[in-house]
Ligand binder design. Sequence first.
Ligand SMILES: Nc1nc2c(ncn2[C@@H]2O[C@H](COP(=O)(O)OP(=O)(O)O)[C@@H](O)[C@H]2O)c(=O)[nH]1
Ligand SMILES: [Mg+2]
Length: 370
Amino acid sequence: MVQFSRICFRKYGNFVDNLRLYVQGGSGGMGLPRLGGQGGNGGDVWVVASKNMTLRRVKDKYPKKRFTGTAGANSSVRSLKGERGEDQEIFAPVGVTVTADDGRALGDLNALGDRVLVAKGGHGGSPYSAFKPTKGEFQHIRLDLKLIADLGLVGFPNAGKSSVLTALSNATPQIGSYAFTTLKPEIGKLMYKDHKQISVADLPGLIEGAHINKGMGHKFLKHVERTKQLLFVVDVCGFQLASKTPFRSAFGAVQLLTKELELYNDELTSKPALLVVNKMDLPEAEDKLAQLQEQLQNPDEFSDLLPDNMIPKNYMTFRHVVPVSASTGFGIEHLKSCIRKSLDEDEATATKAIHHDRLQALRQHSQKRL
Ligand SMILES: Nc1nc2c(ncn2[C@@H]2O[C@H](COP(=O)(O)OP(=O)(O)O)[C@@H](O)[C@H]2O)c(=O)[nH]1
Ligand SMILES: [Mg+2]
């Protein structure tokens, strides 16, 4: 029952990596023909790169997804030159590209404070325009988080991430039985018979305390933000980072990885994810896999096994749990097809959502004209 309620209270929806918004600059203010007065210009709309923002937060904060600059003030006897309308700023995360609906690039947010103008305010009425103001520019825009790969590998050192990637793809990452063999993201390409390619990023290993920037902590977690889906990799026999650190079972490793992601940015745990249980060639692997599967079915029942600070708020839901052996190749083809299925599923949902958005916009448009 407890498990059930956890699922019910799980935050709706998935990680957001793109967003479509309507933006409109403010109208210009009226001029004043009698005295030659000039209306104020309308305010512009900007997208601004800001700290601690995610596209999900933009979406939650502005459910209508409409942004308009303020209108310029009309010219009046008391104030011949009308005041300029206020700009509207849309705060967005770093790493976003801004495009118009027709695909025109408007700009990139590469560093904090970068700004992209997305809708200019109208001109105030003046002697040059017969004192008539103009409307602000308006358009639909898209914010897209730049992705480094379709999938990101998430696992502790030595789980076999590099080996799994090598087995899956044509990548040849460095493999070794010591921590931090992977120094920078290595992107492997998975090729399918119909020529579809899926990219997988092997990231610097996650360790306990990554969220407080231990090891390659933040560098790693920043990369995880920029993948569509996650591929958790655990050693079926569990792991121990060093002789001083405690031994963790495979179940413990899954929860600890989840906790690290959650502490950094809890939206990450709502990304679609698959779990790879590696090293199935080791003795007793079958029994351990069965145990892990039971624990994943009822995580609450087994959370007593974990220290309190290791229990995540929400357990990850894995679309597929796939046992493999990177050494023998067992399960690798199956994993490859699970990955494909999972990405295709999301692509279909995304296409549907875009059609839905467009249809909605068309309806609103035609209603206005009636
Ligand atoms: N027995 C066994 N060992 C494996 C398997 N996959 C990887 N290893 C070994 O585990 C160690 C760590 O592998 P690596 O791919 O570098 O792990 P990473 O740190 O997660 O990238 C290496 O010694 C690998 O040879 C497997 O399926 N079975
Ligand atoms: Mg590695």
